[in-house]
Design a protein around this ligand. Structure first.
Ligand code: NAD
Ligand code: UDP
Length: 339
């Protein structure tokens, strides 16, 4: 069975390609390298001893997509390609709406034309409204997003679910990720953000490796046990396995279903820093800074539906996530620049 992975050279995409290859799937990938390096897929091939049919190009390029579907017999698409920097989406909203919405529109138009109507989409916990009770369930309220990135995820969910409603041949799975961190245990592939990281774990690992002086912890006056924000961190390898479970689902069902991919466990920023230091033996200097605009105090997933329907559950611990993030960063201090 062949899977087309858009954005397959990125952080989650490369880990998912690895998992798919190990399970014997054929993998075709398309990536425009706007936030990745082809070195990630080269290393996936090296780790698995299998090859990926890789196309360098943009998912909005309809002619290229038609060529890919003509040259390969694709059974299902996993659509990771997208821009994801929340702050940049506030400053350059058009770029986000253009990239994230048009990529989905062009992709699904070509898929419909060639009769491949199975798609798994990378959505996010950011689509949930801010006033829900925890844990967030798939039927918790969505909308009221606080930035254009979040709206592109919300709108893409609307586009794909509307298509599945109108044409029962479509099978759509919307996966709402919580906070992916960690790396493949080899330390050969991992998250390689450009510029100053926005997210907590890459910031911690860059402090640990000496690229940054200290971590700013955004707020220690939240109504949480230690005053810092709580999130649901999930190991990227568990997340990749969630996509494998979604492939089985999407191949056997029609319509549109949404699943959370999280652990159901909340971890505070301070707990994360302390676990990282314990797992790696490396000190991470930090200071408390002001709250970051838009941060929710607490966010974690309800996991019942993905366990019951997909038969998938995250297995790795916070300790594993810290150890593996560090394996990647310590072996590749400058990311994929180190070959
Ligand atoms: P990433 O930036 O590492 O990977 C995305 C990949 O898509 C990159 O390789 C990039 O070059 C490529 N890309 C972007 N636009 C493209 C286009 N128009 N055509 C072809 N390639 C394109 O990000 P990631 O962390 O691997 O995230 C994958 C997906 O999951 C994204 O859609 C992201 O929004 C979503 N997501 C990520 C997180 C997270 O915390 N990492 C959380 C929730 C959802
Ligand atoms: N955070 C922090 N310092 C950083 C980056 C993040 O204190 O340099 C905090 C952030 O305020 C949030 C948590 O870590 O409470 C997770 O942030 P991240 O951006 O990784 O995920 P998100 O908030 O988007 O879920």
């Amino acid at each position: 069975m062949a899977i087309l992975v858009t954005g397959g050279m990125g952080y989650i995409g490369s880990h998912t390609c690895l998992e798919l290859l190990e399970l014997g799937y054929e993998v075709v990938c398309i990536d425009n390298l706007s936030n990745s390096s082809p070195e990630s897929i080269r290393r996936v091939e090296e780790l698995t001893g299998k090859s990926v049919r890789a196309y360098i190009g943009d998912v909005r390029d309809e002619a290229l997509l038609r060529q890919i579907f003509a040259e390969n017999t694709i059974d299902c698409v996993i659509h990771f390609a997208g821009l994801k920097a929340v702050g940049e989406s506030v400053s350059i909203p058009w770029k986000y709406y253009d990239n994230n919405l048009n990529s989905t529109l062009v992709l699904t138009k070509v898929m419909a034309d060639v009769g491949v109507k199975r798609i798994i989409f990378s959505s996010s916990a950011t689509v949930y409204a801010g006033d829900n009770q925890m844990p967030l369930r798939e039927d918790s309220r969505t909308g009221g997003c606080t930035n254009p990135y979040g709206w592109t995820k919300y709108m893409t969910e609307q586009i794909l679910s509307g298509m599945a409603f109108a044409d029962r041949d479509w099978s759509v799975v919307l996966l709402r990720y919580f906070n992916p961190i960690g790396a493949h245990h080899s330390g050969r592939i991992g998250e390689d953000p450009q510029g100053i990281p926005n997210n907590l774990m890459p910031f911690i690992t860059q402090v640990a490796v000496g690229r940054r002086e200290r971590l700013n912890i955004f707020g220690n006056d939240y109504d949480t046990p230690d005053g810092t924000c709580i999130r649901d961190y999930i190991h990227v390898v568990d997340l990749a396995k969630g996509h494998v479970a979604a492939i089985s689902y999407v191949m056997q069902n029609q319509g549109c279903e949404v699943f959370n991919l999280g652990t159901g466990q909340g971890t505070s920023v301070l707990e994360m820093v302390n676990t990282f230091m314990e797992a790696t033996g490396v000190n991470v200097p930090y200071v408390f800074a002001g709250r970051r605009a838009g941060d929710l105090p607490v966010c974690y997933a309800g996991t019942d539906k993905s366990a019951q329907v997909l038969g998938w559950k995250a297995e790795k611990t916070l300790f594993d996530m810290c150890r593996d993030s560090w394996a990647w960063q310590s072996k590749n201090p400058m990311g994929y620049l180190e070959k």
